[in-house]
Design a protein around this ligand. Structure first.
Ligand code: PLP
Length: 383
């Protein structure tokens, strides 16, 4: 008798694509501990009013689930355009907005449309660990330029990297993950200008500014949305997962020229945004004030966390703490960061082991979370 292929001791051979052979799936640890400070979520769940509103709209959508959802979802795109106008003062048409299941999927659409075999996507490291995976999944070559010591992007180095690599897509992350660094609009503008000089099959490069943490930026820090009118090759991506306190709904979106968005419509799977997702997102957007109510408090807590960390020393040497416009703080450096990470976890505080060697990233939680984090860090790192 032959055993089934999945039986222990017998390995099933599969024709795995060379680019992913032996690769582990993405995974920030999902552990059940009291203080979850590792994936930059908003720690405040939706309040009862918002929950009731979402539930009512989902009930209405449930009655239509025998039909495919609205494939163009212009209702949701109009609501997102209104939200962007109120958040940043920049007004775009619904047709200039695109959405998908998380900005991860938006990014995948961008690379499916503008990347591909023989093409390159350029970003500036250290940056978001998912980008190389989107590149791999779309058979696009990943090229990492370098950020400066202080994690900013040097304009001349960026121009040179664009000219050298001739990427079809350039990813700028502002505020950057895991460093929290924002880019001045002058830098974004310089990269957009350099992108216009690229020649990929006779066309310039597309510049994507990932503003997943845009709502947390400090007062007076502008959004790249302000440059959309000038650059038809610019896309600015946002998400409802972070400031908007809706990570579980999986809704990300971008704003760009109509022409750029129309190309994304070609590569998306039909009906990629379920009727349930559309209903949840639209109900949540009606309550944006309530959902974003804690953003100011989170920013204040972030600035206080930065100040607290900067005042800590080990053997007389202060900790390094990156400037941050996001809802997390990158700090270090530790000779054995894994030991610090583990020590925090042993005390119920889950942070992220990411970024350059020796650094750790902590998301901003509730005041109780941050007290637990600080107490645990003092114990573990001997501050
Ligand atoms: C968290 C994050 C996202 C958001 O991902 P979603 O798929 O929208 O949840 C996008 N970009 C960066 C840099 C992030 O850190």
């Amino acid at each position: 008798m032959t055993s089934p292929a999945s039986a222990p001791g017998r390995s099933l051979r599969l024709p795995v694509r060379p680019g992913i052979v032996g690769t582990e799936p993405y995974g920030a640890p999902q552990l059940d501990v009291p203080h979850l400070l590792n994936v930059n979520e908003n720690p405040y769940p939706p309040d009862a009013d918002v929950v009731a509103s979402i539930a009512a709209d989902v009930a209405a959508a449930a009655g239509t689930l025998n039909r495919y959802p609205d494939r163009e979802f212009l209702g949701l795109r109009a609501d997102l355009a209104d939200y962007l106008a109120s958040e940043s003062g920049v007004r775009v048409a619904p047709e200039q907005v695109w959405a998908a299941n998380g900005s991860n999927e938006v990014m995948l659409h961008l690379l499916q449309a503008f990347g591909g075999p023989g093409r390159r996507v350029l970003s500036f490291a250290p940056t978001y660990s998912m980008y190389p995976e989107y590149a791999r999944d779309t058979l696009t070559e990943w090229v990492a330029g370098r950020r400066a010591e202080d994690f900013t992007v040097d304009v001349d180095a960026a121009r040179a990297a664009v000219a050298t690599h001739q990427p079809s897509v350039i990813l700028l992350t502002s505020p950057n993950n895991p460093t929290g660094t924002t880019l001045p609009l002058a830098t974004v503008r310089a990269v957009c200008d350099a992108a216009l000089e690229v020649d990929v099959d006779g066309a310039p490069a597309v510049v994507v500014v990932d503003e997943a943490y845009g709502e947390f930026r400090r007062i007076g820090v502008p959004s790249a949305l302000e440059l959309l009118e000038e650059y038809p090759n610019l896309a600015v991506s946002r998400t409802m997962s972070k400031a908007f306190a809706l990570a579980g709904a999986r809704v990300g979106y971008l704003a760009a020229s109509r022409d750029l968005v129309d190309v994304l419509r070609v590569v998306r799977l039909p009906y990629h945004l379920s009727a349930v997702t559309q209903a949840v997102a639209r109900a949540a957007l009606r309550h944006s004030t309530a959902l974003l109510a804690q953003v100011d408090a989170l920013r204040t807590e972030r600035d206080a966390t930065v100040a607290w960390l900067r005042a800590r020393t080990r053997d007389g040497v202060p900790l390094d703490v990156a400037d941050t416009d996001a809802n997390f703080v990158l700090f270090g450096t530790f000779d054995d960061r894994h030991a610090v990470w583990q020590g925090l976890l042993d005390r119920g505080v889950l942070v992220r082991e990411t970024g350059p060697d020796g650094w750790l990233r902590v998301s901003i939680g509730t005041p109780q979370d941050m007290t637990a984090f600080k107490d645990a860090l003092v114990e573990v790192a001997g501050l």
